[in-house]
Design a protein around this ligand. Structure first.
Ligand SMILES: Nc1nc2c(ncn2[C@@H]2O[C@H](COP(=O)(O)OP(=O)(O)OP(=O)(O)O)[C@@H](O)[C@H]2O)c(=O)[nH]1
Length: 409
């Protein structure tokens, strides 16, 4: 039945009216349901209206991600997120080694006297024991002489000492331990030479610094002594420039550089294998410009031929003397090398006019007598002694403190 037909019949017209109402109600309900659904979707917790709080990944992960994030230019094409520019990299300023203020040198040997314990036992105590005997026959005197020779005193100084002691003991007759000690002290001191001039000449000459040339065989402690000496002088209030003129070994220059940085001394160095004289010249010039008090020149200690050595050290000295005066030529000698070391030292002494000896490693030998023999053979005073590997283990040599340390209290 068509709709036109239903409208024509009254029953059907009533029915059509009811159907119309129902349709409207259905439409209203559907619309209401749709509206409610939409509102629900819009306002449900976490819905589009309230942006979800960004998930908080663990802090560690975030850092890792940052670490691998490529630089802005390398971002993948098409990426829409804007990455903040990388934070500027802060490069910490180079750490300057702390400059140490060394203690002044006065009284150092007294502080270090315990380091002579080895020599004390072998030389001092041994001799004192022999000399304190009631009866001193020829054998006892021979033993005294042997003890002196074994301790590197040297044959002729040992004989001279025994002769003197024999005469004194005869006059004195029986002696107490104290008297024997007094006798020995007097004799040892006479041999060490209490009146020798041991001044280290480091006073500047007007505008020009004093120059100290350090020579000696490699391994004797030359570079270490140069560094320690710089500390001694700086501790005494002087301004120091160091010259790394041992250009044959880069390690020697590095070692000196480290010393310089620690104590606050400028270090002048040249290219490896370069001319040592040119480094010495530059350092002297720097000493003048910087108004330094002292320039210390660490030279190479290659023991080739005497002529070669003479030429090399002679040139270094001549070149320095174009600008200043060489006030000291310090020969570094290792006390533990005995007669062999002495022969090598002699070659240096013949090549250059040595003015003083720095006797190193005196703490490592029982043969303290080397102080006596080296002065006698080279004819120059021991001015400095090395009594350990520490930075402040170099002391101006003091004969009385030395002899007292040998004999013990
Ligand atoms: N026990 C002791 N060791 C010392 C003393 N002086 C130096 N030394 C040590 O001796 C060694 C050699 O010292 P260096 O200064 O390198 O010797 P060098 O003569 O300059 O030798 P090169 O650098 O090869 O030219 C180092 O280990 C020093 O620490 C000292 O008085 N006592």
């Amino acid at each position: 039945m068509s709709t036109a037909w239903r409208a024509g019949c009254p029953k059907h017209a009533k029915l059509a009216g009811v159907e119309g109402y129902l349709g409207i109600i259905v439409i209203v309900v559907v619309v209401a349901l749709l509206a409610a659904g939409g509102l629900f979707l819009l306002f449900r917790p976490g819905g589009k209206g309230v942006p979800p709080a960004p998930p908080k990944p663990p802090v560690e992960e975030e850092r890792e991600e940052e670490a691998v994030r490529p630089p802005a230019g390398e971002e993948a094409e098409g990426a829409t997120t804007t990455v903040p520019p990388p934070a500027p990299v802060v490069v910490p300023p180079p750490v300057k080694p702390e400059v140490e203020v060394p203690p002044p040198s006065a009284g150092r040997m007294v502080r270090l006297r315990a380091r002579l314990a080895r020599s004390q036992n072998a030389l001092g105590k041994g001799l004192l024991e022999l000399l304190s005997r009631d009866r001193l026959d020829d054998d006892a005197w021979d033993e005294i002489e042997d003890t002196l020779i074994t301790a590197d005193v040297g044959v002729s100084p040992a004989r001279a000492m025994v002769e003197e002691l024999r005469t004194k003991v005869k006059v004195l007759g029986t002696r107490t331990h104290e008297e024997a000690r007094g006798l020995l002290r007097e004799q040892l001191l006479a041999q060490v030479g209490p009146d020798m001039d041991r001044t280290l000449h480091t006073a500047p000459h007007g505008e020009r610094p004093a120059v100290v040339l350090v020579v000696g065989v490699n391994g004797t402690g030359k570079t270490t002594t140069t560094g320690k000496l710089a500390r001694v002088l700086i501790g005494d209030g002087k301004k120091v420039v160091l010259a790394a003129a041992d250009t044959f070994r880069a390690a020697a220059a590095d070692q000196l550089q480290t010393w310089g940085e620690r104590v606050g001394a400028e270090v002048v160095r040249g290219p490896e294998g370069g001319d040592p004289a040119s480094v010495a010249f530059d350092a002297t010039a720097k000493g003048i410009t910087d108004k330094a008090d002292v320039v210390i020149v660490d030279t190479a200690g290659r023991l080739h031929t005497k002529t070669g050595l003479m030429d090399e050290l002679g040139k270094v000295k001549r070149v320095i003397e174009k600008k200043a005066t060489v006030d000291e030529v310090l020969l570094v000698l290792d006390a533990t090398t005995g007669q062999n070391g002495m022969r090598q030292a002699q070659v240096f002494a013949e090549a250059v006019a040595v003015t003083g000896i720095a006797l190193t490693k005196l703490d490592g030998t029982a043969k303290g007598g080397i102080v006596i023999s080296v002065q006698r053979e080279l004819g120059v005073p021991v001015k400095l002694v090395g009594l350990g590997e520490g930075a402040d283990d170099l002391a101006p040599f003091d004969p009385e403190v030395f002899v007292d340390a040998l004999l013990g209290d």
